[in-house]
Ligand binder design. Structure first.
Ligand SMILES: [Mn+2]
Length: 314
C-alpha cells in the first residue's frame, strides 16, 4: 500500500500518480521533485519573475498556481492523446529558478538555469512568470540548436521595438529576432489581436483567423513553415479569451477558447519540438482556477506533443 507523497518518493517515468489531488506537495502533475537530471527527458521548472510586466503584475505567482491546478488533472493519460507523457518520458519538477537581486531581469541567471537543463540532455518546460522569461530561455536553446523557430500563442506579438535596456515582456521577441536567436521566417504567431504594423517577418494567424478556420488548417500552416527545424513553443495564456483566462496581466477580449488552442496543439504532431513554456498566469485576477487549469492542461498537452515527437525521433 502506497502511503507516500509522489512529489518526493515517485520515480520519473512511472506514470500519473493517483495520490491525493487535494493534498501533498504540489509538483507539476505530481511528478517527483528532484534536481538530479541523470537520465531525465523533461525538466519542469518555474520562473517566478514578473518585473518585466507593463500592465498588471502578479505572474510571479503563476508557477505555483499552475502546479496546484495540475493536481486536479493528474489522474490518467491526457485525453485525447494515445501517449502518456508521464510513462513515455522521464519527467521531473526541479522547482523554481529564483531571480537574483543584483540583476533585476536576471537574464544570465535564468539562461544559465535553462542551459543547465539542456546541458543535462533534457528538454525544459518552463512555467512563467511574465513572458519576458521566454527570452533567456530562447537564448539558452539557441546556444545549442542555433536560430529557433517560434510557435507563439499570444494576444500580442511582443515584437514592439526595444532600445538599450528597455527590454520588457512586450519587446523581447523584437530583441530575439534582431539578435538572430529566433528565425521569424519559419515562425508563426497565433491568436494576435493587438496592433503592431511591423511583423518582423513572422507569419501571423490572428484571433479572427482562428475563429474562421480549424486547428488542423492552422497546424498545417505552421508545419509548412517550420519543416524539421528546431521549434520552441511559447504559450502566453492571454492568447485565450478573458472568458477562458481572466487571470493574466494584459487580457484582450476576442481571443481563443481553450479548445481552439488545444485543437491546434493536438495537430502539431511531427514537429521538431525542443523546448516550451507557458507564461503570464496571474492568479490574483483568476476565478475558480479557470486560468491556472487552462495553463496546466496546455502544459501537459505540450508534454504529450513532445513525447510524440520524441518517440518519432527515436
Ligand atoms: Mn500577451
Amino acid at each position: 500500500m502506497n502511503t507516500w507523497d509522489n512529489g518526493f518518493r515517485g520515480k520519473p517515468g512511472q506514470g500519473m500518480s493517483h495520490t491525493l489531488s487535494f493534498g501533498g506537495a504540489a509538483s507539476f502533475f505530481r511528478v517527483p521533485y528532484q534536481t538530479d537530471m541523470t537520465g531525465v527527458d523533461v525538466v519542469v521548472t518555474g520562473v517566478p519573475l514578473d518585473i518585466a510586466t507593463t500592465n498588471r503584475s502578479g505572474a510571479r505567482l503563476g508557477p505555483r498556481a499552475i502546479r496546484n491546478a495540475s493536481l486536479s488533472l493528474a489522474w490518467e493519460r491526457p485525453w485525447p492523446w494515445n501517449i502518456d507523457p508521464m510513462t513515455a518520458l522521464r519527467v521531473i519538477d526541479c522547482g523554481d529558478c529564483e531571480p537574483v537581486t543584483d540583476d533585476l531581469l536576471s537574464v544570465a541567471h535564468i539562461e544559465a538555469h535553462i542551459a543547465n537543463i539542456i546541458g543535462a540532455g533534457a528538454a525544459a518546460l518552463v512555467l512563467g512568470g511574465d513572458h519576458f522569461v521566454a527570452y533567456p530561455s530562447l537564448r539558452a536553446h539557441a546556444a545549442v540548436h542555433g536560430p529557433i523557430s517560434l510557435i507563439h500563442f499570444d494576444a500580442h506579438t511582443d515584437t514592439w521595438p526595444s532600445s538599450g535596456n528597455g527590454i520588457n515582456h512586450g519587446t523581447m521577441f523584437y530583441q530575439a529576432a534582431h539578435e538572430g536567436i529566433v528565425n521569424p521566417a519559419s515562425s508563426t504567431q497565433i491568436g494576435i489581436r493587438t496592433t503592431n504594423d511591423d511583423t518582423l517577418g513572422f507569419h501571423i494567424v490572428s484571433a479572427a483567423d482562428v475563429h474562421q478556420t480549424t486547428g488542423r488548417d492552422i497546424a498545417s500552416q505552421i508545419r509548412a513553415r517550420v519543416g524539421g527545424k528546431p521549434v520552441y513553443i511559447t504559450f502566453d495564456i492571454d492568447c485565450l479569451d478573458p472568458a477562458f483566462a481572466p487571470g493574466t496581466g494584459t487580457p484582450v477580449p476576442g481571443g481563443l477558447s481553450s479548445f481552439q488552442a488545444l485543437s491546434i496543439i493536438r495537430e502539431l504532431k511531427g514537429i521538431n519540438l525542443v523546448g516550451m513554456d507557458v507564461v503570464e498566469v496571474a492568479p490574483a485576477y483568476d476565478h475558480a482556477e479557470i486560468t491556472a487549469l487552462a495553463a496546466a492542461q496546455i502544459a501537459v498537452e505540450l508534454l504529450c506533443l513532445y513525447a510524440e515527437s520524441h518517440r518519432q525521433r527515436n
